[in-house]
Design a protein around this ligand. Structure first.
Ligand SMILES: [Zn+2]
Length: 130
């Protein structure tokens, strides 16, 4: 069953440190330890030992539970995965701009350029006469 996820062309395959399932390398995000923090390395350019994880909060939680990062990255100290958690959570959430610009353009047309006070009444009177 696991073999079905693999590419038939024999592309690079890595094991997710969270769920332990193997996936094509592009489907996994590389993570590295920077100091005692685990950070995502989407460009796979950071030096050092890397581990691979599905970009999925469940896989992150599973990896944390089993302390897989420390083992995979060969870091004996407790690792802080806050930055990685934020990166994965941010990728899952679609960022919408605040609807401020839209609200501004909905302003009623009558308010702009309309003469104030008495003249508004005279305009209305002319319309009534017609
Ligand atoms: Zn996984």
């Amino acid at each position: 069953m696991v073999g079905r996820d693999l590419r038939p062309d024999g592309g690079p395959v890595r094991t997710c440190v969270g769920c332990r399932r193997r996936s094509a390398k592009p489907d996994l995000v590389r993570v590295v330890a920077v100091g005692t923090s685990v950070v995502a390395d989407p460009a796979a350019r950071m030096p050092g030992r890397g581990a691979y994880l599905h970009p999925d909060l469940e896989c992150l939680a599973a990896a944390e539970r089993r302390r897989a990062f420390g083992r995979a990255l060969r870091v004996p100290a407790p690792l802080d995965t806050t930055a990685l958690h934020d990166a994965l959570a941010g990728a899952a959430r679609s960022e919408e701009p605040p609807p401020r610009a839209a609200a501004r353009s909905v302003r009623p047309v009558e308010a702009s350029g309309a003469p104030r006070g008495a003249s508004t009444g005279s305009v209305r009177r002319q319309v009534e006469k017609r």
